[in-house]
Design a protein around this ligand. Structure first.
Ligand code: HEC
Length: 153
């Protein structure tokens, strides 16, 4: 445990540097709150897409929501720094598997970014059926990660 610590701390600070402005939010509670807020933003973008696809299918609104989703998804994963799991004592639904199966978690993160980017690519096309199909693919990537790495799913 003691021997692993310096390495964990190095990884944590590297991730925080990658997080740029978020580097100041260094306590586990702050990091966890930041990522939960970020997920809520993604949830809001998904809801906006769903509502728009079920209603007016306004191209500009679809594109704006898709862009929010893609940029949030891209910025999100540096907030899973070591020491911000359940053992931090802070309330979080992040499962320990995120850190023990890091490559699977990273792959699930990368998958969301790729699928969200595809959605951005077609969101303003006016082809509602294609946008709906890709929206469902994106939703599937959210659900797949939650099943594996989120506690209350
Ligand atoms: C690579 C894994 C992964 C992907 C992909 C993912 N999530 Fe999550 N999500 C998580 C984890 C882990 C948590 C728990 C975070 C915590 O409590 O610290 C979470 C939590 C959430 C929450 C609850 C936040 C809160 O209030 O505490 C929402 C909402 C959410 N995700 C929405 C989404 C949506 C929408 C997508 C897809 C667009 C998505 N997630 C994709 C892993 C993922």
């Amino acid at each position: 445990m003691t021997r692993a610590r310096p390495m964990l701390m190095m990884a944590a600070s590297a991730a925080l540097v990658a997080g740029g402005a978020l580097a100041a939010a260094a306590t586990p509670a702050e990091t966890i709150a930041a990522r939960q807020a970020s997920f809520k933003k993604m949830g809001g973008a998904m809801k906006a897409l769903k509502d728009e696809l079920g209603g007016g299918a306004d191209k500009a609104k679809l594109l704006a929501a898709a862009r929010t989703l893609a940029s949030t998804a891209r910025a999100q994963w540096v907030l899973f720094t070591p020491g911000t799991g359940p053992s931090s004592g802070v309330k979080t639904d992040a499962l320990p598997a995120i850190w023990t199966q890091k490559s699977a978690f990273d792959a699930a993160s990368a998958k969301l970014v790729a699928e969200a980017d595809k959605l951005v690519g077609i969101a303003g096309s006016g082809n509602t059926a294609a946008v709906l199909a890709q929206f469902k693919v994106v939703g599937g990537t959210c659900a797949a990660c939650h099943r594996q790495f989120r506690a209350d799913e």
